[in-house]
Design a protein around this ligand. Structure first.
Ligand SMILES: *[C@@H]1O[C@H](CO)[C@@H](O)[C@H](O)[C@H]1NC(C)=O
Ligand SMILES: *[C@@H]1O[C@H](CO)[C@@H](O)[C@H](O)[C@H]1NC(C)=O
Ligand SMILES: *[C@@H]1O[C@H](CO)[C@@H](O)[C@H](O)[C@H]1NC(C)=O
Ligand SMILES: *[C@@H]1O[C@H](CO)[C@@H](O)[C@H](O)[C@H]1NC(C)=O
Ligand SMILES: *[C@@H]1O[C@H](CO)[C@@H](O)[C@H](O)[C@H]1NC(C)=O
Ligand SMILES: [Fe+2]
Length: 476
C-alpha cells in the first residue's frame, strides 16, 4: 500500500527577502516523531553466532561479491582464508555442484599496527550470461564452500530491478535487524552508502579483528548478491598515533571495486550500469574540487550516460548534500558547491547518501544560482534537480541522530530518526517505487513510500515520443 497522507497545502515562506513558493509540489514536509523501541547501540559480542567462523581447516570466510565490469556481465568474488593462502580459484557454473568453469584470483594480506590480516582473495569472474543463476565454489576439500548469485538482466531501458539501499551499518543488534529486514525485501543488489564496520572505534589489533567480524556478519547477504561499495569517514582510518597514515587501508584491501571499467583512476570513485540504471559512486573524502582527478572523471562519466539505454541515473556518496539534521549539518556543502549544477544539468534521478544516522527525503530543489556579488542563495524548487535521500540509519554503535532543525525547511519532504533501509524498485523506464523500511514492526506512523517518475522519460517531449511509438506498435 502506498500512503499519501501528507497535508496538501501550498507553503509560502519569506526568507532572505526572497518569496519562495513550494506550490509546485503542493505538499508540505513531514517530520515523523515516531519513536521505536530499540536495541542498545553496542556491538554484538565477538563470540556471538552471527560472527561464527565457518567449519573446516582454513575454510573461506567473509565471502562477498560486487559487480566486476561496467555492464553487469562480471562479478568480483572476495573472501579470506585465515591460516594459509590456500587456493584463489573459483569454480562456477549454471547448475549446482556442477562447475563447468573456473577462474583464478589474487591473494594478499596487510598489517595494521600489530594486526596482520588473513589471506584476502579477490577473483574476477567475467563473461557471464545476463539474467542467469550461477553457483560457485571456493576453498578446498572438506573446507570448500558453495554459494550462488544471479546476474542482472541485460542493459535495457525497461529492465525492472530492485536495489536495496543501506548506509552506516556497523555490527550491533540494530545492524542485524536492518540486514535481516533487507534480506526479506526482495532487493537484488545493495547500494551501500559508506561506513561499513565501524572497526575504527576499536584500538590496536581489535580494529582488524572487527573488520573480520563484519565480513562474516554481512556474508549472509553479500555472498549471494553484489554490494556496490562506497567509502565513508569510518573507512579512512588515518591513525598517525599508531603509525597508520595510509587512508582507507583496510577498506581498499578488502572491498575491491570495478573502477578501471569506468576508466577511473581510483577504487574510491567509479560507475557501473546495471539493468536500467547508471550508478555513479563518489568519494566524499577524496579531492573533488575543479581539476582534481575525481572532478575530471565525473565530468567524463556524465557525458557517457545514455538515458535511452539506462534511464535511471543514480549517484551514491557518503555525506549528504541536503540534510536538515543537526548532526553533520552542512558537511556536504563543499561537494554541493562543486557538483550540484552538473547534477541538475544531467537530470540525476536520485542522490543517495548516509553519514547522518536518520532518514530524510527532499523535494526536487536546487541551489545553483549563487552569485557572489548579488548574494542570491537559497534552495528553490527545480524540476530538473535530483531527489536527495539520506539513508544513514543502518544501525551502528553511534546510535541515531534524532534532532532536526525546527521548523522543517521547505526542501525537506520527510524525515525520521529510526533504524532501517530503503528499496528502490524500478518498474520500467518511467516509474520507480521507493520505500523506506523502518526496522520496527510498529505501524503507528506509515513509513515513507513514494512513486518517482523518471527525470528523463517523464519530460513531456520524451513521453510523447514514447507514446507515439507504443501506439505505432499497438497498431501493427
Ligand atoms: C597489540 O597491541 C596492544 C596494545 O599495545 C596489545 O594490548 C595487544 O595484545 C597486541 N596484540 C597483538 C596481537 O600483538
Ligand atoms: C575507457 O577508455 C577506453 C580507452 O580510451 C575506451 O575504449 C573505453 O570505452 C572506456 N570505457 C568506458 C566505460 O568509458
Ligand atoms: C551576478 O550578479 C551581478 C550583479 O547583479 C550580475 O551583473 C552578474 O551577471 C551575475 N553573474 C552571474 C554569473 O549570474
Ligand atoms: C511502467 O510502470 C508503471 C507502474 O507499474 C505502469 O503504470 C506503467 O504503465 C508502466 N509503463 C509502461 C510503458 O509499461
Ligand atoms: C521510436 O521509434 C523510432 C523508430 O523505430 C526510434 O528511432 C526512436 O528512437 C523511438 N523513440 C523512442 C522514444 O522510443
Ligand atoms: Fe559517516
Amino acid at each position: 500500500m502506498l500512503q499519501f497522507q501528507y497535508q496538501i497545502t501550498a507553503t509560502v515562506t519569506v526568507f532572505l527577502g526572497i518569496v519562495l513558493s513550494f506550490a509546485t509540489t503542493g505538499i508540505a514536509g513531514r517530520t515523523s516523531t515516531y519513536i521505536r523501541s530499540q536495541w542498545p547501540s553496542s556491538d554484538i559480542p565477538l563470540n556471538d553466532d552471527v560472527f561464527a567462523v565457518p567449519k573446516g581447516l582454513n575454510a573461506p570466510q567473509q565471502v562477498h561479491i560486487t559487480q566486476g565490469d561496467y555492464d553487469g556481465k562480471a562479478v568480483i568474488i572476495s573472501w579470506v582464508t585465515p591460516n594459509e593462502a590456500g587456493s584463489s580459484e573459483v569454480e562456477y557454473g549454471t547448475s549446482e555442484e556442477n562447475y563447468a568453469f573456473s577462474a583464478h584470483g589474487t591473494v594478499k594480506s596487510y598489517t595494521f599496527y600489530n594486526y596482520t590480516s588473513g589471506f584476502i582473495h579477490h577473483c574476477l569472474v567475467d563473461g557471464l550470461e545476463y539474467d542467469t543463476k550461477y553457483y560457485y565454489k571456493i576453498g578446498v576439500d572438506e573446507s570448500a564452500r558453495e554459494f550462488w548469485f544471479r546476474t542482472p538482466p541485460k542493459i535495457d531501458p525497461d529492465a525492472p530491478y530492485t536495489f536495496g539501499i543501506i548506509g552506516d551499518l556497523g555490527q550491533t543488534y540494530n545492524s542485524l535487524s536492518t540486514l535481516e529486514h533487507y534480506m526479506e525485501s526482495g532487493g537484488q543488489t545493495v547500494l551501500f552508502l559508506g561506513d561499513l564496520s565501524y572497526a575504527d572505534r576499536y584500538k590496536y589489533d581489535n580494529i582488524g579483528v572487527r573488520w573480520d567480524s563484519w565480513g562474516r556478519f554481512v556474508e549472509r547477504s553479500a555472498a549471494y548478491q553484489p554490494w556496490i561499495w562506497s567509502a565513508g569517514n569510518h573507512e579512512i582510518e588515518y591513525m598517525p598515533n599508531i603509525g597508520e597514515v595510509f587512508p582507507f587501508k583496510a577498506y581498499l584491501h578488502r572491498f575491491p571495486t570495478p573502477y578501471m571499467a569506468s576508466n577511473s583512476s581510483s577504487p574510491l570513485w567509479y560507475a557501473v550500469r546495471r539493468a536500467s540504471a547508471h550508478i555513479i559512486v563518489l568519494s566524499s573524502y577524496s579531492p573533488f574540487v575543479k581539476y582534481s582527478p575525481q572532478w575530471m572523471w565525473l565530468r567524463e562519466e556524465l557525458k557517457k550516460v545514455d538515458r535511452t539505454k539506462t534511464p535511471w541515473l543514480i549517484v551514491l556518496m557518503h555525506v549528504p548534500l541536503y540534510s536538515s539534521n543537526l548532526v553533520h549539518y552542512m558537511e556536504g556543502e563543499g561537494m554541493r558547491a562543486v557538483f550540484e549544477s552538473w547534477f541538475v544539468q544531467s537530470k540525476v534521478d536520485f542522490i543517495f547518501a548516509g553519514h547522518v544516522h536518520a532518514n530524510e527525503r527532499s523535494y526536487r530543489i536546487s541551489n545553483i544560482y549563487y552569485n557572489l556579488s548579488r548574494g542570491d542563495r537559497y534552495p528553490v524548487p527545480d524540476k530538473s534537480a535530483p531527489v536527495y535521500l539520506t539513508v544513514g540509519d543502518g544501525g551502528n554503535q553511534e546510535g541515531l541522530a534524532g534532532r532536526f532543525w525546527d521548523p522543517q525547511p521547505e526542501y525537506s519532504a520527510f524525515r525520521e530518526a529510526s533504524y532501517g533501509h530503503s528499496t528502490l524498485e524500478i518498474r520500467n523506464r518511467t516509474h520507480a517505487f521507493y520505500h523506506w523500511n523502518r526496522n520496527d514492526d510498529g505501524k503507528e506512523v506509515p513509513t515513507d513510500d513514494v512513486i518517482f517518475h523518471n527525470q528523463y522519460w517523464a519530460s513531456n517531449l520524451q513521453r510523447r515520443r514514447l507514446k507515439k511509438n507504443h501506439s505505432k506498435v499497438g497498431g501493427e
